[in-house]
Design a protein around this ligand. Structure first.
Ligand code: FES
Length: 107
């Protein structure tokens, strides 16, 4: 399973093995990363799963689709060019080593 590194708001880092097809939001909440809320369960209705993609993997992710782009307007933390909603990032082999910084705050 590919590894993903989460950089938490306090600067600590947490690495997770994430099964292919699982969203980063799900992996983070299952692992107890409370900084990612995921209030809507991944239905693009809350923006509480906001992350900043820190590594060169941004190109592999492709651009956010229209719904994700619209929901990124509602993030509590500033939206940056590398902002993404982690419920829309599904793990795949090519994303080994992906690093994301968890936005703070989420609400
Ligand atoms: S979990 Fe609600 S938009 Fe991602």
């Amino acid at each position: 399973m590919p590894n993903v590194k989460f950089i938490l708001p306090d600067g600590r880092e947490q690495a997770l093995e994430v099964e292919n097809g699982t969203s980063l939001m799900r992996a983070a909440t299952w692992a107890g990363i409370h900084s990612i809320v995921g209030d809507c369960g991944g239905n693009l209705a809350c923006a509480t799963c906001h992350v900043y993609v820190e590594s060169t993997h941004a190109e592999l992710l492709g651009p956010a689709d229209t719904r994700e782009t619209e929901m990124l307007e509602y993030t509590a933390a500033p939206r940056l060019p590398n902002s993404r909603l982690s419920c829309q990032i599904l793990m795949q082999e090519g994303l080994e080593g992906l690093t994301v910084r968890v936005a703070d705050p989420q609400l």
